[in-house]
Write a protein that binds this ligand. Structure first.
Ligand code: CAA
Length: 379
């Protein structure tokens, strides 16, 4: 492990932190309450180049790396986890597979507008009957002339309804479980595509999560991503990096909760002195800070490995596992530091705690991360 933050990384962190403080934080609680996605905020992120951090300039990106990208997700999530996951799903789950497996035409047509933030991306894998067992999907794609015709539905789609481009996985050969799955780039304007139920959620409430439905949805053959039968591997490889984006989100949420806790603990007086000076609270803050630092190191390490072209799947599963648990623990402790006030909407820590929970669930539950890690260290 040899990663070192460069001047460019520090510059991007400062830029995103300033943006997050000025533009994202002031409306975070209100957007959460109203379950409202703000397209203008996304457009502002695009103006700063945040929607295409790791992609080369020829594809509309800013030509930086995965470490800069996770720093951006962390800084956004520090004030608003919904904004963090919007960028994470857009970059890791939609941009990445096109960058990695797309043809030159697909990159120009789909990656470029996503990198420039003109279009929003999403990823459709989960179905009502296949969550952790992603290979058990039923959405079916049948070749008919020059089109594949898709039928089925996907659920829990981050950026559902606001995205223009969906990376969708469907069965093309039911006689093979994993090798019978194919990936497609589906535009929201394709006939037969529609957006279904919007979930009402515990947390990340200003990030829309919906069902997407395919009813004889015609997808041109040239929108197949990779080769027929490559879909499951593409889905898994995409999640390898995506999980580290969620780890970054978790680090940001936890850091935001610690920031608020330190501030409060220094102001709040009980028994004649600030509660930060009482060991019960001071030790809590120390443990919170230590968990965050460890989670951050795992996350940056996985991002650095990916940027260097080294294997990162195991490290990414580890970062998501550790950071997700750290975020849940730290945010729960943050509510405890605030006491009764923490349980109210007058302070942001209850939102952080609600937002943290999803990092233990999506892009593979913590139990699936353990499965991935244990398979990798025993194979
Ligand atoms: N990279 C490359 N290939 C991979 C791979 C990876 N990371 N993981 C698996 N594969 C390959 C295997 O090598 C194997 O290939 P061969 O047949 O050639 O040997 C094939 O894929 C099948 O692999 P497994 O036998 O390991 O497959 P499995 O059915 O046991 O499933 C699993 C493995 C890890 C449990 C997988 O199903 C999984 O990750 N499940 C969780 C799904 C998930 O994370 N869903 C999240 C949804 S997206 C989301 O939440 C996004 C959001 O909106 C924010």
């Amino acid at each position: 492990m040899q990663f070192k933050l460069t001047e460019e990384h520090e510059m991007i962190r400062k830029m995103v932190r300033d943006f997050a403080r000025k533009e994202v934080e002031p409306t975070a609680a209100e957007r959460d309450e109203e379950e409202r996605f703000d397209r203008e905020l996304f457009d502002k992120m695009a103006e700063l180049g945040l929607t295409g951090i790791p992609w080369p300039e020829e594809y509309g990106g800013i030509g930086s790396d995965y470490l800069a990208y996770v720093i951006a997700v962390e800084e956004l999530s520090r004030v608003c986890a919904s904004t963090g996951v919007t960028l994470s799903a857009h970059t890791s789950l939609a941009g990445w597979p096109v960058y990695k497996f797309g043809t030159e035409e697909q990159k120009q047509k789909y990656l470029k507008p996503m990198a420039q933030g003109e279009k929003i991306g999403a990823y459709g894998l989960t179905e009502p009957g296949s969550g952790s067992d992603a290979g058990g999907m039923k959405t079916y794609a049948k070749l008919d002339g020059d089109d594949y015709v898709l039928n089925g539905s996907k659920i829990f789609i981050t950026n559902g309804g606001i995205a223009d481009i969906y990376i969708v996985f469907a069965v093309t050969d039911p006689s093979h479980k994993h090798k019978g799955t194919t990936a497609f780039i589906v535009e929201s304007s394709f006939p037969g595509f529609s957006v279904g139920k919007k979930e009402k959620k515990l947390g990340i409430r200003s990030s829309p999560t919906t069902e997407i439905i395919f009813e004889d949805c015609r997808v041109p053959k040239e929108n197949m991503l990779g080769e027929e039968g490559d879909g499951f591997k593409i889905a898994m490889m995409t999640l390898d990096g995506g999980r580290n984006g969620i780890a970054a989100q978790a680090v940001g949420i936890a850091q935001g909760a610690l920031d608020a806790s330190v501030h409060y603990a220094k102001e709040r007086q009980q028994f004649g002195k600030p509660i930060a000076a009482q060991q019960g609270i001071g030790f809590k803050l120390a443990d919170m800070a230590t968990s965050i630092e460890a989670a951050r190191l795992l996350t940056y390490q996985a991002a650095w490995l990916e940027s260097e072209g080294l294997p990162y799947g195991k490290e990414s599963a580890m970062s998501k596992l550790f950071a997700g648990d750290a975020a849940m623990k730290v945010t729960t402790e943050a509510v405890q530091v605030f006491g009764g006030y923490g349980y109210t909407k007058d302070y942001p820590v209850e939102r952080y705690m609600r937002d943290a929970k999803i990092t233990q669930i999506y892009e593979g539950t913590q139990e699936i991360q353990r499965l991935v890690i244990s398979r990798m260290i025993t194979k």
